[in-house]
Write a protein that binds this ligand. Structure first.
Ligand code: GCV
Length: 836
């Protein structure tokens, strides 16, 4: 086989052999978007690959290039003869110039920048990948392989790229015990039982995956930081993580608890201005850098959600940030100080209280007071990763301070990876949003890249919270991680382009498949907004608990401040300057003018900025209440459509992937109905205004469990009431229970959807039988939040194509498995459309 003849030099053979070792490990980067023996390409790439320098990163780059070429050509016996004499080299620009003095290469490549080109040198083919530094060489290799794989014609023309912003990090919210906060893909790849895991092969693979899209830093522990990670033993352990990621140019960062000097240092205080505290941090930084010379820096969550902070001593975030920054500065480290600082004990009766104001109120007055190696890390919206929020005004409020944008890749408020929600379109809206600071064009992407206010530092941080279960749990959720990296590298890319790239690398290159998957990805966020919280209401979920299923009042009457202020007359928070909380006034005047006026506020953010009656008319003349009904019916239908689109791919894509996503999308369609019904019946009851289309409160074919003939089952009230049809369900405290209905409809062929509650902690069993003949049996074995029946775990199982006639007996038997009481909400009998 031709590819066996590949020459490989400078010790890369060894690195390659090691790489194969971890490719064989359980969790690999190849499970995401990196090539997996496509082997179809007839490549002209010279297959003698070598790194010019001895550096670790360059070796990874050469190894990756070799692996990529081999992978792309594995099934091909063709390697053009001319290639036998050619070579592919990887190195820094300086090394390339020394090795090939006559070659014309750009002389101004910056950090992380790369250039590649296939040319002739002294009559032989030469493919050069040159980096402004070693990391640039790695990025160049990944970009080269991607462009070859995607058949872009960049090789001969030559191609040069540099990242838009220097900080491109992911944050992991991993606790030392192995639990990942807001992680939906299993346990930590970094920690277990209070320590760093022995097996760090997945960490190396993760770093490789991140490097392939240009991510250069990983903050490995939860921002609700565990101080013990800063003791000497743990720093030694953390150095192993840094070692595992270093070959890919990915640097380690750590979340720190600002009270560490007291909690683990034995000091009487953690006042950031106290000399003993400053000395403690300096010594700690020295200790870290002695073991991890390329340590990236600290992330800080302070004075927020119970975390200690400088406010305890009357000090400011700048005081705390600068103390840490001074300790890191001699070593080149940075402090990412989170602007997510707010009082979660707000007085909800106070119409002027407003959590959205907090970040700007606290940080804007400190503009210019932060050290040069401090970056203020600002969540994209003023609340907290909601399905839809306006852009944080703080991006425009820090002109003399470095800023980074924090967004969430893990889908805490956006379906927790059980729902397909491609977030790039939302992020892109934020990146492109023009805040018009100083009355000129200042889109967020330019502010965080540093160009708007001439800052040298800045960037994007994505909370990834990956785990051991396929990185993000759901295969299509990986498109979000990919998109994060691509946008941090180039925020001008379109979400659709990114989705296409990802799909072609991951799912298939078949244009029909690509078209379908990209369409699904692009539809998914608008669909989710439609069935969860439209018009700027935020995600109408259980905000003090799971952040998953519907729970509309959970936002109200508590100090957390995620209020939507819905009452029987209207909905929304008045945040105007004229009559509301004044939040609108935090935006630069050109933007504030738009949000201050009802007439110019875009519909999709209406209730974020204004309290309006349900009868208020949107720009197209539809009333708010009708929009609430319509968008929820439309959203649930869009969710069902995602499943139908995926179904067209059966047989055209990998069967395992097909099955996995099929199950998820069926579940999503069912859960979207739960969301739809909860919000629609809630607002119907609250407003008393009927749905013009007659759908709200009417469910054709629905047979409530509480109306059935029950044996063993007892009627229960579901909390919150809107999470069950009519607020009630039935639960079984016996060995088994039944609910029986008589079919009074016409004869025909039907689908029967059974809506039940799949509680945590037990695997209940259900059987549907018709006239005593079993039609289906299934188990409630999903892992969903909550041990009480509610919208977190309300689940739909549909039995298709059942022939029914008048008088038939439909019976569900539920067998509980403590604590899962095989609770049932309803069954819904729908005629099968004639064509199916
Ligand atoms: C790590 C939200 C999440 C918390 C998270 C917090 C933060 O409130 O629900 O889990 O804490 O944001 O970003 O600090």
């Amino acid at each position: 086989m031709a590819h066996r003849r590949v020459q490989f030099q400078l010790g890369v053979v060894l690195a390659f052999a090691l790489a194969r070792g971890f490719v064989a490990a359980a969790q690999t980067a190849d499970q995401a978007w990196l090539p997996q023996h496509h082997g179809y390409l007839r490549t002209e790439i010279p297959y003698a690959v070598r790194a010019l320098g001895p550096g670790l990163l360059e070796r990874s780059a050469a190894q990756e290039l070799f692996r990529g070429i081999e992978d792309l050509t594995a099934a091909s016996s063709y390697l053009g003869d001319s290639n036998l004499n050619g070579q592919t080299i990887v190195g820094t620009a300086r090394e390339v110039r020394t090795a090939f003095p006559k070659l014309e290469i750009p002389n101004d490549l910056g950090p992380d920048e790369y250039w590649f080109k296939q040319t002739q040198y002294k009559g032989r083919a030469l493919l050069v990948v040159a980096g402004g530094d070693e990391r640039g060489a790695i990025y160049g290799v990944f970009s080269l392989l991607r462009s070859v794989y995607l058949s872009e014609t960049l090789l001969y023309a030559g191609h040069r790229e540099r990242p838009a912003m220097p900080i491109r990090w992911v944050d992991e919210w991993d606790n030392p015990d192995g639990i990942v906060e807001r992680g939906y893909a299993g346990r930590s790849i970094f920690f277990e039982g209070g320590n760093v895991r022995n097996d760090l092969a997945p960490v190396s693979e993760y770093a490789r995956l991140l490097a392939s899209v240009g991510i250069n830093g990983v903050n490995v522990n939860n921002v609700n930081a565990a101080p013990q990670l800063l003791d000497a033993d743990h720093i030694r352990q953390l150095a192993r993580i840094a070692d595992a990621m270093r070959p890919w140019g990915v640097r380690l960062a750590l979340s720190v608890d600002v009270a560490s000097p007291q909690k683990i240092g034995g000091l009487a205080t953690y006042d950031p201005l106290d000399p003993s505290v400053r000395a403690w941090w300096t010594a700690k930084a020295n200790e870290i850098f002695a073991l991890i010379p390329d340590f990236a820096g600290f992330t800080v969550k302070a004075d927020s959600e119970g975390q200690p902070g400088p406010a305890s001593y009357g000090r400011t975030p700048a005081d705390a940030a600068n103390t840490l920054a001074a300790a890191l500065e001699p070593h080149g480290g940075v402090v990412l100080y989170r602007a997510f600082v707010y009082n979660h004990h707000l007085d909800w009766r106070d119409p002027k209280a407003d959590r959205a104001r907090a970040a700007y109120d606290i940080f804007h007055p400190l503009d210019g007071k932060f050290a040069a190696n401090v970056v203020v890390q600002i969540k994209e919206g003023p609340i907290d990763f909601q399905a839809e929020e306006p852009v944080s005004p703080l991006f425009a409020g820090l002109e003399k301070t470095n800023a980074a944008m924090e967004l969430q890749i893990t889908q805490e408020y956006t379906g927790q990876q059980r729902h397909l929600v491609y977030l790039a379109p939302m992020w892109k809206e934020v990146l492109d949003f023009d805040l018009r600071a100083e009355g000129r064009s200042t889109p967020v992407k330019e502010i965080i890249a540093g160009s708007s206010f001439k800052r040298t530092l800045g960037g994007m941080v994505g909370v990834a919270s990956v785990g051991r279960d396929g990185w993000l749990g759901s295969p299509l959720a990986l498109a979000n991680l990919y998109a994060f990296g691509r946008l941090a590298w180039d925020p001008n890319l379109s979400p659709e382009t990114i989705a296409t790239e990802w799909t072609r690398q991951t799912v298939s290159t078949d244009p029909e498949v690509v078209g379908t998957v990209v369409k699904m990805l692009m539809q998914s966020w608008p669909a989710y907004v439609n069935y969860t919280g439209p018009l700027g209401m935020q995600t109408l979920t259980d905000i003090t608990g799971s952040h998953y299923g519907p729970n509309i009042e959970a936002s109200e009457n508590n100090g957390w401040g995620q209020w939507h202020r819905a009452d029987h007359l209207g909905v929304g928070m008045d945040r105007t300057v004229a009559t509301g909380t004044g939040f609108v006034g935090q935006y630069p005047p050109d933007v504030a003018r738009i949000y201050e006026s009802l007439a110019t506020t875009p519909d999709d953010l209406l209730t974020f900025f204004h309290h309006v009656p349900y009868t208020y008319k949107l720009h197209d003349g539809k009333t708010v209440i009708q929009y609430i009904y319509d968008s929820h019916y439309e959203g649930a239908e869009q969710a069902a459509e995602l499943g139908r689109e995926w179904a067209t791919l059966e047989g055209k894509i990998d069967q395992k992937l097909y099955q996995d996503m099929h199950g998820r999308l069926v579940y999503q369609a069912g859960h979207a109905v739960v969301w739809r019904d909860a919000i629609v019946q809630y607002f119907l009851k609250l407003s008393g205004i009927p749905d013009e289309m007659g759908r709200a409160g009417h469910y054709p074919g629905r047979l409530e469990a509480e109306d059935a003939k029950l044996t063993g089952y007892k009627i229960i009230d579901v909390t919150p009431w809107e999470d069950a049809s009519g607020g009630k369900a039935v639960a079984c405290a016996e060995k088994s229970c039944t609910a029986e209905w008589t079919w009074h409809g016409p004869a025909g062929r039907f689908n029967i959807a059974v809506q039940y509650f799949d509680l945590q902690g037990g695997v209940a069993k259900f059987t549907l039988d018709i006239n005593g003949h079993p039609a289906a049996t299934w188990t409630a074995d999903a892992t969903l939040p909550s041990r009480r029946p509610n919208g977190d775990n309300s689940t739909r199982y549909t039995v298709h194509n059942l022939d029914l006639k008048h008088g038939d007996l439909l019976r569900i038997e539920g067998t509980p498995d403590c604590p899962d009481q095989a609770a049932l909400d309803y069954i819904e009998v729908t005629p099968v459309p004639p064509q199916s």
